[in-house]
Unconditional design. Structure first.
Lengths: 219, 219
DNA sequence: ATAAAATTTTAGACTAATCTAAATATTCAA
DNA sequence: TTGAATATTTAGATTAGTCTAAAATTTTAT
């Protein structure tokens, strides 16, 4: 049987694997708020259970990866439920979904998904995998094509130019943020955003063309 | 912190306390499917945490009782959600609710209750305590006043006469059952029931007047 | 009232998950 | 390429929750 603890490790490894090039013991320890010694020990158990490929190469097996996606699926469906159905704010739901994601019943997950009318993304705009673990193909568009008033998620950049990335950094822009388009200036194509419900940011058309977004739920 | 394990013990003791005169180690062991040794050990911990009055008198303290009612409240609200909102059958929901009842967030429980429009009973007809632990006053009526087509829960008997109880036993009638009124004969006041969605039972008016029921949800 | 039966507690052991401290291995920079 | 810094593993302990087997206690029936 897979414990809640193991599920949390698998989820952490999945997320780290998405961003970091190679996942390390200390990165997992940092993320899980555990000591490296505990992580090292746990990795042995995950290997014995066939959830990671190797102790020296912390990569999920197919089985581990499927498990991770099931947990993420449940987490995101429950977050969607909490916001859409129970009127929670989109930034209040994480800790509750962390508990609900471990409830075991595939029928429950499917019924919840049906009730929510098969959402493609959660309230943070993150994609929800289907029951086979496939993520939806979210249509990615440049910020310059965004519609005023709508909510989007910052997904990727079209260039890696150092001064461009530096510019984003100065503006406080980071991947995964939720951007609401406040207004779009037809004259020069500049855009005014509300970032994470907190800061207003102005961007020129030149910049907006190089920022890729996808539509995030809950406008 | 109170673990899921402890919550399950407290719930078991609460339920046993409702029916049995005195709760014993072996009764708890039987109900929890654990060895008496484990239960004995756990009772020490429950006492240390102030959840039971005494090791020789297994009775919940006010704190323990409140905790039990919170768990029962969550269990019954989730069962109601599963049946009313996600279209589960009323006999499929127990094991899922056993997991959901341990999710910790009083705000979640209150929002769920509001979403369900403050139900007084769960799909089995069991009463749902409010957030202060008070059970609703379900209006108890004799079976002779039941309305055809509606669903009720068998709650109590108006007499303890031995041959009367024996008669109920012969008909397979037990407290807590869900009774759907199939028809009521105006001529002689006799009643035809469907017991727990399984057996049809005919009862005379004389018997029906001595059986107390309350309305159970989900007709 | 006392012996047998039943119940409960204690003792000692196990597993999962964690820790700290120490040992070992790896990386990286001069 | 070698020594310092960093990262990882091992060793030994701890806690919660469980077990079996044995000891102690309580109940019950004669």
């Amino acid at each position: 049987m897979i414990s809640t603890t193991i599920e949390n490790y698998i989820k952490a490894i999945f997320y780290l694997g998405e961003t970091a090039t190679n996942v390390t013991v200390s990165a997992v320890a940092e993320r899980m708020q555990n000591s490296p010694a505990s992580v090292s020990d746990m990795l042995r158990r995950l290997y014995e259970k066939g959830l990671i490929e190797d102790k020296n190469n912390i990569t999920l097996t197919d089985q581990g990866s499927f498990l991770a996606k099931q947990i993420i699926r449940k987490h995101r469906l429950w977050e969607t439920f909490l916001v859409k159905t129970l009127d929670f704010k989109w930034d209040e739901v994480h800790s509750i979904a962390e508990q609900l994601e471990h409830v075991q019943s595939s029928l429950l997950t499917e019924r919840l998904e049906r009730f929510l009318e098969y959402p493609e993304t959660d309230p943070h705009g993150d994609p929800i995998p289907d029951k086979d673990g496939n993520f939806p193909n979210l249509s990615i568009i440049p910020l310059s094509e965004a519609e005023p008033g709508k909510s989007y998620i910052f997904r990727s950049v079209a260039t890696d130019a150092k001064d461009f990335l530096n510019h984003l950094d100065n503006k406080g822009l980071q991947l995964g943020q939720r951007w609401v388009i406040i207004e779009k200036e037809e004259f020069d194509g500049s855009v005014k955003l509300l970032v994470d419900d907190k800061n207003e940011v102005y961007l020129s058309e030149k910049v907006a063309k190089n920022l890729n977004i996808c539509s995030g739920q809950l406008d």
